[in-house]
Design a protein around this ligand. Structure first.
Ligand code: AGP
Length: 630
């Protein structure tokens, strides 16, 4: 999830009639900074060569660098704000990456799944690499093809043809933008499983990872399709597929104002990020298993023998991340047969926990800066535990201080209330569990392959829920005056209920409480009175019937006492209808994967209710995105 901008303007008799490329690119990066802000860089073409600047940290660091070391005026430029996946947020890993002796510059959004094998092939050809990124490998591949297959000849669209051939070799998700010093009035771009739009100007053309990249200059846009390549000059836009066959993009007019363009047209970052969730899960899965269904988590960089000796897992987290850990516990214990405890980070080190060299402490943190979790990880390390971080922010403190890291690839989460990071955390925890089960032989490879196949279907199922969200939105609006809402769940539905309650608390400032459905009769049922809204997360009737029938009984118990029951149930589950005021159906999924679906209606409900109350859903009162104090 990076910000990408490209520009080609036109001069007439040496006179600029377009804009200065750097100005356009920097304005676009400023608008795209929400897509990634751990480093940024620009490259411009002038006087037959490529000039570039790139800096880690916020865009302001690049601006300072440019003030101190200005770039020449230019008609052609590309720019990038990074959300790191491969390689930490350093100057060296920032984009653009150069190749072909500094004559080619490339920027990239996405994940090149086969970068390791391509890198090996290029190293054998004598290529040396400066960074840890998959992007630099793509740049070197493009340069190698340009030299060996096109003889470095730009005359007949050489860079475009090189890009076509390179894309035929790349696997994964990528938006690529490339410029070459020998072709100073051209930007060539490609996209697969990652967004790219063209902005059509008058005597100038633009490229952006979304329309925010050029909305200040034009509102005429062309959306590129899958596996397409576009070559822009000041006056032309040519689109082909990866094999050179001409293709068409879909032109449209951008109606959004710049502010809403940054939110992808949604009313808030919170709503945008709820709708980013199919991609957040898909990107987190990407590149982490092979075609045989074998997990390939080489990035963990942990001696697998150590992992085989683990006899206890302790998950440390706070808030929503803690609920992700609670969901993960069911899968870790079921698949790996390793005793798994899930602890609130701020409680962990004060309870004198039992930790030793065979304990794997898994911290879960979106920001990687939560002080409670950081301190708990440090304590666990002092006790001799192995530590592994599941984190969404590359290069942040907790992964840096952990023995291993498994990054979620949800992209930057701007809204304070966590949504897409939550689903990505659960996905990453499932990958870890399957990886441990694979190492230890707890489950057959075929079963792992089946589970991965089920996980691979989740993004489309989330998308289906989002496409039918109006029913739950309407319910949210209708309940804006609710004073208290209860949430019930059982098994993996219990942490989902807790997360649903937290979303409502932190967005709508309403008292909400999540319970284990079986716990109701031990006290909380006294809270039920006429009209009390109760959400119930119902497990699949196709799973262990005992779970389903018991939860249906719980619905009857509360309904008999006057509760207004709102049920989240699996498509086709008719048994719940008799006891529910409202039923919101979600697609079928194996029990352990159901939280990735059941959570989504609860997020939408909380968002809609909070918006109906007129609250700021991106910046709720009293909250911070990263709690860096104990
Ligand atoms: C979630 O909606 C909250 N914003 C909060 O509970 C958050 O999950 C918690 O503070 C942990 O943050 P982290 O994932 O960055 O460690």
């Amino acid at each position: 999830m990076c910000g990408i901008v490209g520009y080609v303007g036109r001069s007439s008799n040496g006179e600029h009639i377009g804009h200065n490329a750097l100005d356009v690119v920097m304005e676009g990066l400023r608008r795209l900074e929400y897509r990634g802000y751990d480093s940024a860089g620009v490259a411009v073409l002038a006087d037959g060569e490529i000039s570039f600047r790139k800096k880690s940290g916020k865009l302001s660091n690049l601006i300072t660098e440019l003030d101190e070391h200005p770039l020449p005026e230019s008609l052609t430029g590309i720019g990038h704000t990074r959300w790191a996946t491969h390689g930490g947020p350093t100057d060296q890993n920032a984009h653009p990456h150069l190749a072909d002796g500094g004559k080619l510059a490339l920027i990239h959004n996405g994940i090149i799944e086969n970068f390791a094998e391509l890198k090996l092939e290029l190293v054998r050809k004598g290529v040396t690499f400066l960074s840890e990124t998959d992007t630099e490998v793509a740049a070197a591949l493009l340069a190698d093809i340009f030299r060996t297959k096109l003889n470095g000849d730009v005359s007949d669209g050489g860079l475009t043809k090189a890009m076509q051939l390179a894309c035929q070799r790349l696997e994964g998700a990528f938006t690529l933008l490339a410029v070459h010093a020998d072709q100073p009035d051209v930007v060539v771009a490609a996209r697969r499983n990652s967004p790219l739009v063209v902005g059509l100007g008058d005597g100038e053309n633009f490229l952006g990872s979304d329309v925010s990249g050029f909305i200040d200059y034009t509102r005429r846009a062309v959306e590129l399709g899958q596996d397409q390549i576009v070559t822009i000059t000041a006056d032309t836009v040519e689109i082909t597929d990866f094999f050179g066959a001409p293709a068409q993009g879909k032109e449209y007019h951008v109606d959004w104002d710049p502010e809403s363009a940054e939110k992808g047209g949604f009313s808030s970052f919170m709503e945008k990020e709820i709708h980013d969730q199919p991609d957040a899960v898909a990107q987190t899965l990407l590149g982490r298993s092979d075609i045989h269904g074998k997990l390939t988590l080489d990035e963990l960089r942990v001696d697998v023998e150590l992992l085989k000796d683990i006899d206890k897992i302790i998950v440390l987290a706070c808030g929503t991340s803690f609920y992700a850990g609670q969901v993960a516990k069911y899968a870790l214990e079921h698949w790996c047969r390793i005793a798994t405890e899930v602890e609130l980070s701020h409680e962990f080190r004060y309870r004198d926990p039992i930790v030793d060299g065979n304990t794997l402490v898994v911290s879960i943190s979106q920001s990687g800066e939560t002080m409670d979790t950081l301190m708990a990880v440090r304590y666990a390390k002092e006790q001799g535990a192995k530590t592994l971080s599941i984190c969404n922010t590359n290069g942040s403190t907790i992964p840096r201080e952990s023995d291993a890291v498994l990054y979620t690839h949800a992209g930057p989460e701007i809204a304070v209330a966590s949504t897409k990071a939550f689903l990505a955390q659960i996905t990453a925890a499932y990958l870890l569990g399957l990886y441990l089960a694979q190492l230890r032989g707890n489950i057959f490879q075929g079963q792992i392959k089946d589970i991965l196949a089920d996980l691979g279907k989740i993004p489309a199922k989330i998308q289906r829920i989002l496409e039918n969200e109006e029913q739950i939105k309407e319910l949210g609006r209708s309940m804006a005056d609710a004073k208290s809402v209860l949430f019930l769940g059982r098994h993996v539905g219990f942490p989902v209920a807790m997360e649903g309650a937290l979303k409502l608390k932190e967005l709508a400032y309403i008292h909400a409480e999540g319970f284990a459905a079986g716990e109701l009769k031990h006290g909380p049922i006294a809270l039920i009175e006429e009209g009390q809204p109760v959400f119930v997360v119902v497990p699949s009737p196709r799973g262990r019937d005992s779970l389903h029938s018991k939860v249906v009984s719980n619905i009857q118990e509360v309904r008999a006492r006057g509760a207004k029951t709102i049920v989240i149930a699996e498509e086709g589950d008719e048994a719940v209808k008799a006891y529910a005021e409202h039923v919101f159906y979600i697609p079928e999924a194996p029990t352990l994967l159901a939280p990735l679906l059941a959570t989504v209606p609860l997020q939408i409900f909380a968002l809609e209710l909070a918006q109906a109350k007129g609250y700021d859903v991106d910046q709720p009162r009293n909250l911070a995105k990263s709690v860096t104090v104990e």
